[in-house]
Ligand binder design. Sequence first.
Ligand SMILES: Cc1ncc(COP(=O)(O)O)c(C=O)c1O
Length: 428
Amino acid sequence: MDTKQLYDDYLITSMVAGFEPITVAKAAGCNVTADDGKQYLDCFSGIAVVNAGHNHPRVVAAAKEQIDRWVHCCTYVYYNPRAGELAKLLAEITPGKLQKSFFCNSGAEAIEGALRLAKQFTKRHELICLTQSFHGRTWGTLSITGNRGRKKGGGPYAPGIAFAPAPYCYRCPFKTTYPGCGVACAEFLDHVLKYQTCGSVAAFVAEPVMGEGGIIVPPPEYYKIAVDLVRKDGGVFVTDEVQCGWGRTGKLFAIEHYGVEPEIMATAKGIADGFPLGAFIARADVAGAFTPGDHLSTFGGNPVSCAASIANIGVMREEKLPERSAERGAQLMARFAATKEKCRLLGEVRGKGMMIGLELVKDANKTPAVDEAKQVKAFCREHGVLVGTGGQFGQVVRVQPPLIMTADEADRAADVIEQALLKVGAAL
Ligand SMILES: Cc1ncc(COP(=O)(O)O)c(C=O)c1O
């Protein structure tokens, strides 16, 4: 039976209506081969996961070696040497004083655990998050997600959650312009704390560069101002690096662009180059708020995923993936900036490293070009390039290739994306 038919009949599908996905036969590096033999240049990395490329040989070899030894080890009863080794590595490479890790299976689970820890540490219970944000699909993570399209059908959501306006300069919630605005969105945290909470904020949780919201890059001062306000009020900062971490933005972790040290970091996706693993990492004093047994995950810290992650971190360091992300990202951004000059569909080109968003608009009023974004994605697919879409309405084309992409591959991808933008834009 063909795979599409099996999906139609037996899967609760996440496929977006009107877009035909490819059926994958195999993948390596930036290339994906479909079951009909057609090759695609992957500019989405399985939603920003395979940062070291599909099936990096070193990561695959480490996982295979671990499979031959033993596969499962729950988080108590046994010690898992791979989990210990990985946690030590995370303490070395994550910013500031982050030291103690908890391993789980996904980004949503990492955020849930991070928030529970923040509440136990501060002995407070409220949360501040951002409009346009996305943090996962569990009830708790949907509760802190600031996008009604993602939340539909799941309410009522958790109480004690306040939303601050996203630092989204292209569609500024205050209708002003950076830097003349004085970073009003960050200063507004003071208002949120005073008027939307009962004075018991445990944490401010945010993605340093917002992914599903449409690759939103806050101004450089944003996090210093916002986090300072939250800390003065007694809360901590949880950085959601699930999508923007692991070299994606040109630094190993995106919060490093902002010079702020988080109390807790949540991560997943690129941590093991495609093997399922999530983690939250906290300062030792913060982590100490959990007494042994408070938190547990049956599959969390799976030895095979941990072995893959250790190898992946080795690749990140030795192949200088964050630096390559910065360099290749600059090349792609320059190409798209040139396209913008001749394409009025392209309202804004923004991003950091290989986390790039192309916001499509129908007119000078910035009407979101939602159908056009779908058409661009479909044209790219037809012409052998896989891109994603995002943003509140799906109006942003997302370009998030593996960080190992060569200059030649980046040019080929940019050629196709430009053709798509010009062709779809010409029909406006
Ligand atoms: C920023 C962010 N946080 C959390 C999540 C949830 O991760 P997962 O799908 O692994 O649960 C995602 C997923 O896209 C994400 O982009």
